[in-house]
Write a protein that binds this ligand. Structure first.
Ligand code: DSN
Length: 423
């Protein structure tokens, strides 16, 4: 049964209940390797599905626009204190609805429409909200974009410095969505300081690794830290902005009333639970295991002739350039999905193909590490990926179904938090 059970939903809305049950089974049976996804704990599920969803709380603790905040205030303060303690920051705002609104609040706090803002180009591994042209951040501000070096796949800090000196951005984002290497926060901070820009570390992908000590922290380097809470941090879908005390008021004012209305209190509670869990020794071990698994998988993929952007990984994420395998990222990701291995197709730096049909796939180890897989299983996973990609090239569908069965069989020995198949 689902934990917590969904008896009432089954009685009142069987159609939806059945879809949820099937989604749970799907998550149970597949190797979920989209690097921005995870499995939350039963405790996070419980907090997120609680009566806190019933309450409006516009404002901040002690300064709300609605009555009845006797318990919401301490819940939000608990989440804030836990964020401050876990990451060692002076200020935390736990109200942003998700990563994109969190980043938009940063622009509102520190830039005016038309100002130059700087971030990593989306096809190089950045995020839409770091000034990409189709995003409001690229339309209402003047984006300045940096790349990775063609030869190394790593951020070109010389280019970042040159662009920053020339364009004088108000805000510089470091971090992104497809960066397999350690982010050099001190180097970005030096550049931002030189041009008097606000440095924002978008740690959405690596927040859990930082909390667990498996990636260096931006604290002491970045003025503002933006993160979602549902990736490696293993919380509910939400976000946080953290900063030095100096920027606290600007951040808070930008989130509310600048951008959002009432915070999602059930999410705040789920974030508080996740932050509590992330402070434990077992989470520390988890964060290190995520990286160990990714490194083992990268080594096994390289052994099988796969080209990895930047030649490997330092974190939870691997970006495979499939050009040499004679297949695009999209058909490969679709074949892998059918074979029970969930990834996403992704551009690779300097991609010659279109974003909707790019050359790469992006995969990672946060979710499968939560299931309990270790380095021991990574060669098998690389072998399946290799077999499926070759089968996709030859359009041999029987292989995909066989691998899906083998994946299911492996995962049946690794429980999924929050749900178990019915006996
Ligand atoms: N959608 C997130 C990711 O998959 O990385 C970024 O917003």
């Amino acid at each position: 049964m689902h934990v917590p059970p969904i008896h009432s939903l089954t009685q009142t809305d069987w159609q939806l209940a059945e879809l949820i049950q099937r989604e749970a089974q799907r998550q149970h049976d597949k190797l979920r390797m989209i690097p921005s996804e995870n499995y939350v704990s039963t405790a996070v599920l419980e907090a997120t599905g609680s009566v806190l969803t019933n309450k409006y709380s516009e404002g901040y603790a002690g300064r709300r626009y609605y009555e009845g905040q006797q318990l919401v205030d301490p819940i939000e303060l608990l989440a804030i204190e836990r964020a401050k303690a876990l990451f060692g920051v002076e200020h935390a705002n736990v109200q942003p609805y998700s990563g994109s609104p969190a980043n938009l609040a940063v622009y509102l706090a520190f830039a005016q429409p038309g100002d130059p803002v700087m971030g990593m180009s989306l096809p190089m591994g950045g995020h839409l909200t770091h000034g990409w042209s189709v995003s409001v951040t690229g339309k209402w501000f003047r984006p300045v974009r940096y790349d990775v070096r063609r030869e190394t796949g790593r951020v070109d800090l010389d280019q970042v410095r040159d662009l920053a000196r020339r364009e004088r951005p108000k805000v510089i984002f470091c971090g992104g969505t497809a960066i397999p290497r350690t982010i050099d926060f001190p180097a970005f901070a030096e550049i931002a300081r030189e041009v008097n820009a606000i440095l924002v570390a978008d740690i959405a992908h690596i927040a859990g690794l930082i909390a667990g000590g498996a990636h260096p922290s931006p604290v002491g380097h970045a003025d503002v830290i933006s993160t979602t809470t549902h990736k490696t941090l293993r919380g509910p879908r939400g976000a946080m902005l953290m900063s030095t005390a100096e920027h606290a008021a600007a951040i808070d004012k930008a989130v509310f009333p600048g951008l959002q209305g009432g915070p999602h209190n059930h999410t705040t509670a789920g974030i508080a639970v996740a932050l509590h869990e992330a402070g434990t020794d077992s989470f520390r071990a988890y964060a290190h295991q995520v990286v160990a698994n990714a490194k083992a998988l990268a080594a096994a993929l390289i052994e099988r002739g796969f080209d990895l952007v930047s030649g490997g990984t330092d974190n939870h994420l691997i970006l495979i350039d499939l050009t040499s395998k004679g297949i695009g990222g999209k058909p490969a990701a679709k074949a892998l999905d059918r074979a029970g291995i969930e990834t996403n197709y992704n551009t690779v730096p300097y991609d010659t193909r279109k974003p909707f049909d790019p050359s790469g796939i992006r995969l990672g180890t946060p979710a499968l590490t939560t299931r309990g897989l270790t380095e021991a299983q990574m060669p098998q996973i690389a072998a399946w990926i290799d077999e499926v990609v070759s089968a996709a090239v030859k359009e041999d569908e029987a292989v995909l179904d066989r691998v899906a069965g083998e994946v299911r069989e492996l995962l049946s020995g690794y429980p999924m938090p929050g749900w178990a198949p019915q006996p």
